[in-house]
Design a protein around this ligand. Sequence first.
Ligand code: SAH
Ligand code: DHB
Ligand code: MG
Length: 225
Amino acid sequence: MVKAPLKRWVAVERFIVDHLVSHDAALDAAREANTGAGLPPIDVAPNEGKLLHLLALMVQARRILEIGTLGGYSTIWMARALPADGRLITLELLPRHAEIAQANLDRAGVSPRVEIRVGPALESLERLAAEGVEPFDLVFIDADKQNNAAYLKWALRFSRPGTVIVVDNVVRDGAIIDARDQDPGIQGSRRLFEALAAEPRLTATALQTVGSKGYDGFAIAVVTG
Ligand code: SAH
Ligand code: DHB
Ligand code: MG
């Protein structure tokens, strides 16, 4: 979030959450643990977490890859859409974030299905490739934005026709349209849009979002070939 969110966006988000996103001790506890540990408050909003959950249900995901764990809030939402024998692998740079996430996942009861891999995601992705990992059904990219185009390449490599790829924070208060913006994250997300547009193996769109996290957006793609 770059600027303060509008009060009305936040009120409508609360309305949506109150109606459609059931309150839940484990999810609330995860957010509280993250705040208490001083993690940046950049988890997806609750209605966005629910969207990731719905997308996982829509594709009947059995295997999910997440890049950027933080405290595991989005991880819990997606893991809860998995069948009992489903798997979610989530990649996190910082051991401290991974530790807090692990505790949150334990509390939410999803740890048996989730594996956190600590280290720079580009290295973890190389390792997954070397291990001959099976394709994922859903990939959520939400880490360092300067590597978004590289993460898309990896997501494609680990995909099959029908795999859904979601990328967070692709609007950033509208900064995305400014080619001269020097922020490496903006430049990275601009390269992501170019890569999405140029890639014949997928079809994509993006949605602008407003709410407690300000004005931002998601890119969503489905692998077609
Ligand atoms: N998906 C989480 C929020 C992720 S915030 C949620 O919605 O709940 C972004 C996370 O990416 C941070 O925890 C940050 O430490 C991590 N990160 C940043 N650079 C990274 C990298 N190179 N590799 C892996 N993780 C990275
Ligand atoms: C930031 C990162 C995120 O993933 C997000 O959703 C919001 C903000 C950030 O690094 O500022
Ligand atoms: Mg994000």
